[in-house]
Write a protein that binds this ligand. Sequence first.
Ligand SMILES: [Mg+2]
Length: 192
Amino acid sequence: MDLARLSAVREHLGEGVALMVDANQQWSRADAQRMCRAFEEFGLVWIEEPLDAYDFEGHGQLAARFDTPIATGEMLTSVAEHAELIRHGGADIIQPDAPRIGGITRFLQVMAMADRRHLQLAPHFAMEIHVHLAAAYRHEPWVEHFEWLDPLFNEHLEIADGRMRLSDRPGLGVTLSDQARAWTVDSFEILG
Ligand SMILES: [Mg+2]
């Protein structure tokens, strides 16, 4: 079923369009082996989270065995966990999430470790932050595009020909919208 679906999408897009698969941690090691093998012929840019996010060894085996790059790391919550993932060779493409691992400084630490292994970088979510960080990486990164956070900001990311344009405004280049203020409360009491 997945193969038929992937086949149809590849045929529809043609060969020139980058295509990735995200398994969202749903496969067992045996399933992941089978799927990665079957997907080799599609020339995917990556297969994302084929296994449980903390199965670093399993990800390492897939990355070593198959040509299709393995992408993972979005669920990890610290620099130390990313270090373990990288030590196991579990990611060809590393997907750190700055808010999830403690902010910009922590993200830069992961980026430095990834750089030493020549990994590719594809940060997870929060493109408003990650586009700036990813732009500082040595190898050309991928940045996920989400519109979910758009109402929070007065400014919006400029995208042209599949590329994000960095703003030259101060900081991250965004200011909070009135809508963001309206959704924020000064205090909230939870009664037990
Ligand atoms: Mg994902």
